[in-house]
Structure formats: C-alpha cells, structure tokens
Design a protein around this ligand. Structure first.
Ligand SMILES: [Zn+2]
Length: 72
C-alpha cells in the first residue's frame, strides 16, 4: 500500500499527474490536491466531518445545491 502510494504518477480520480500525493479520506485512492479539496467539501457536509466515512470505499454523495452553497 505505502509503496504504491509513492509509485503513483497520476491521480486515481482525475488522472492528473501527481506533484503532490494525497491519500483519499474515503477510499484507498491516491489523489491530487484538487480532488482532495473536493473531498473536503463533501466532508464538511457530513456529520462529524465525515469521520464515520473514513475508508468507507466510496465517495458519499452530497447535493449540487450543497456544493454551490459552499462555493458562494
Ligand atoms: Zn485528481
């Protein structure tokens, strides 16, 4: 697992090259800062900062309205 983490060259989620590697909160994916930011938006809409979802293996769905509120 950790070896893979450092061997990854592309984000598991969007495919961008990884200058900075970040471990996903929700899955085993190695992701870029951009995708990590999206996860943190999702986490902010989950109870307890998404603590119950750590390593759950999928990205919990939040509504588009919630995302838009976040950006405004
Ligand atoms: Zn990405």
């Amino acid at each position: 697992m950790e070896d893979k983490f450092f061997e990854k060259e592309n984000c598991d989620r969007c495919g961008n090259s990884l200058k900075i590697r970040i471990m996903s909160w929700f899955t085993d994916d190695v992701i870029c800062p951009n995708c990590s930011e999206k996860e943190s938006v999702v986490r902010r809409h989950l109870p307890d900062g998404g603590r119950d979802f750590e390593g759950c293996g999928y990205l919990p769905k939040i509504t588009k309205e919630e995302v838009q509120n976040e950006n405004s």
